[in-house]
Design a protein around this ligand. Sequence first.
Ligand code: 3HC
Length: 283
Amino acid sequence: MEIKRIGVAGFGLMGGGIAQVAAQAGYQVNVLEASDVFIEKGYAALDANLAKSVHKGKMSQADADGLRNRVIGTTSVKDLSGCDVVIEAIIENLDIKRKLFAELDALCPPHTLFASNTSSLQIIEIATATKRADRFVGMHFFNPVPVMKLVEVISTIQSSPEAARIATELATAMGKTAIQAKDRAGFVVNLLLVPYLLDAIRAFESGLATREDIDTGMVLGCGHPMGPLTLLDMIGLDTIYSITGIMFDEFKDPKYAAPPLLKQMVKAGFYGRKSGKGFYDYR
Ligand code: 3HC
């Protein structure tokens, strides 16, 4: 199957990054958002990323302009009807995702492959909103998408081997390394990462050490690029909170239960970098 046009649902942190790497790989990209305001925000983040790359000499102005012109924002689902692959990166809400894919299923030709970037929901729960569960997989990217090299390709019990192969080849064409995972909440990376991040919150909450020392411990002691509390602020505490809810529901294991401090911070609107305050203050 030749892929020319890719649809991305969501122009936020993840969707914007996916749109960028898809356009960078030469594909035409249609990005769907709920309103013009979100489209403008998505373009602003993309423009800032491209300006940084040009400034650093990593990309020519002409290449940046070409990439930017290949990304077309829209608020109409119909504009994704000509896409060969649609990757969804919207809010982690099963009902909203199912509704979107049911609409896309009615609009897109039979060959179109559907992929969800969900970080914790089971793919099969979303895929069954369509009549093409055999052409439905997970493609889980990592934040920041333009930098992180991994994509988890998730096959459900109904995904065809061809669907997983197309997703794997697409990830490779986008400059990523794909690993294959089964359709279980958290897949490979979040299954291991989320308990570690929650333990870091518990350590801070219990007064074991300062946030700076917890982070320095993991950066200098284990060679991590950033400490767990800094990473939580980057991922978004609201995102992690919703992931823990889904994983705890799935496994009923206390290691996935949200520590009270995480819940309090989310309720207070301390989402991390994106809101200006999380474990650290970015204002
Ligand atoms: N968008 C695009 N590029 C970015 C970026 C962003 N948000 N943040 C950093 N970069 C680029 C920089 O421009 C720089 O590029 P260059 O090498 O071409 O100059 C490069 O990344 C390195 O950035 P910095 O020098 O500013 O800073 P660091 O060396 O600390 O790297 C980092 C930043 C890449 C974010 C690094 O700290 C890192 O790898 N952190 C861990 C990230 C991680 O674990 N991500 C996974 C999160 S889990 C997830 O996403 C799953 C989800 O389901 C929750």
